[in-house]
Ligand binder design. Sequence first.
Ligand code: SF4
Length: 322
Amino acid sequence: MALPMTYPWGDSLPYNSTAERYKERYGGRMQKISLSGDFTCPNRDGRVGTGGCTFCSNDSFVPFYAIGKDIDRQIDEGLLFLKERYPRTAHFLGYFQAYTNTYGNVEEIKKLYLHVLSRPEIDGLVIGTRPDCIDDELLDFFAQLNEKHFISIEYGVESTDDDTLRRVNRGHDYATSVDAICRTHERGIHTAAHFIWGLEDTLEKMPQQVNEINKLPLDSVKFHQLQIIRSTVMEKKYLSGQKDFYVFEKPQQYADFIIEVIERLRPTMPIERFISETPPRYRIAPQWGLDLRVPQMRENIIRQMKDEKRWQGRIFLLNSHR
Ligand code: SF4
């Protein structure tokens, strides 16, 4: 049997995996415990907008053990659940994903995060937020925490295209994301960003978007396919046939698409995720998460990349040598 090929990042996966880089750096699996800090969102409470992003339903992000419980109980129940599920986990991180986790009273925000980090089982924080909701005071606070703990700020960028951001009622432009990412990276804080593929009505803008992503000083990137969630503006548009976005209705369509994205991405950009699955009770489309689950789909994409001798950065490197 042929030996597995080793890629530029030093292992046999055809993409540069954030989880593998974490293991090398921190000596084991890093597991996030999803927590809810009772935050809201400026795109819902009127500061930026009221309707929220057209694709958003935060209910689908909050795990069952976090609903209606104080933060310590969320941590206790999250640990219980995750230790059983992932017994080989070396480190646990408090993960604040739903809503905008740097939006609110600054002193209360600091108190919450200091409290979570005071729990001996918690090694760090991953904080999801909007790029227009971070200021220098909070970034300096996170930089201080970062001296002793793993701190990652994860920005919802969603698209590099301002027309798309306007259409999905995002309430900020791409330049705001670039600015927040650069200010976070400058302070040595682990900086991550999230993008959704399918917010555009065609896929023609994809190469330009990947070129923009390649310029960002990111430590990790997360991609996922657009999913149409119940009770969102997009649900109404999808059901009434007024689609101004793109749904990958077949898993192979998305596999072919995301492999091309990965090949255009610079090889030094670790990927945390390139596919995701919202629970079927929240999702109306696409349907393929029902029968073909994400871990299987991820394996299929990796196998396809290996079979076709494709890997992260292949097209990026070809283009940069022209
Ligand atoms: S995606 Fe984020 S910014 Fe948009 S409405 Fe939902 S919580 Fe607010």
